[in-house]
Design a protein around this ligand. Structure first.
Ligand code: GRF
Length: 229
């Protein structure tokens, strides 16, 4: 299993994959620029959608962008091969899925095993897949939130690193709840990215280690852990 290693230039080098608004991308851009994610360059932002607003955010930050339209490929594997080629030309330590709305092939996931992260808007293992906020409200959950996890071939099922929780409030609708979760995502993802790049968090087999000790349960984002201030 490949673990992230620093590039020859001494800076960390990451690639971010998006499909939409890219507010998580923005938070990672901001936190690399202000040093909360230290010594790190986002070497490329890749989208499967040409009109993803996140591409504008990347261009604004002078980050190279690539669009690889999945509709131009006969199947998932050939699309993923094209993405691997584009991503590997940057030789990143970490590949970060930030609202990338395509299911990835086993080949892709295996290729980046141990250095592929995703953020999912629920307290996994609850509510894998879509409409997480709606489903949490329907189930009258008291707590909801977001999780950052290593990616494995099975959707939203890889080892969970850290979660951010929000209270579900009386009268919350889907939009209000989603907005509060998203605010937490913007604190959660940079925190995990920084800890993984520092190798404070590692993956050994299926187990997440923090400072070399196996995590028995996902970390919970607290003000102490959070890098975004
Ligand atoms: C976030 O809710 C993330 O958890 C999910 O997709 C959404 C992306 O939002 N995977 P944005 O594009 O980062 O604003």
């Amino acid at each position: 299993m490949s673990q992230p290693t620093r590039s020859a230039g001494g800076r960390h080098n990451i690639v971010v994959l998006i499909s939409g608004s890219g507010s998580n991308l923005q938070s990672i851009i901001d936190n690399t620029q202000n040093g909360n994610i230290a010594d790190t360059t986002i070497s490329c932002v890749l989208s499967n959608k040409a009109d993803a607003f996140g591409l504008q955010r990347a261009r604004q930050a002078n980050i190279p962008t690539h669009v690889i339209d999945h509709r131009q490929f006969p199947d998932r594997v050939s699309f993923d091969q094209q993405m691997i080629q584009a991503i590997d030309s940057y030789n990143p330590e970490l590949v970060i899925l930030a609202g990338f709305m395509r299911i990835l092939s086993e080949e892709f996931v295996t290729h980046y095993s141990g250095r592929l992260l995703n953020i999912h808007p629920s307290l996994l293992p609850k509510y894998k897949g879509l409409h997480t906020h709606r489903r949490a409200l329907e189930d009258k959950q008291a707590k909801h939130g977001a999780s950052v996890h290593y990616v494995t071939p099975e959707l939203d099922s890889g080892a969970i690193i850290m979660q951010a929780q929000v209270d579900v409030l009386d009268g919350d609708d889907e939009e209000q709840l989603a907005a509060r979760v998203l605010q937490q995502e913007h604190r959660l993802y940079p925190t995990v990215v920084e800890m993984v790049l520092r190798q404070q968090i590692t993956l050994v087999g299926d187990h997440v280690l923090i400072d070399g000790d196996q995590l028995e349960q996902p970390l919970l984002l607290t003000d102490d852990l959070c890098v975004t201030g």
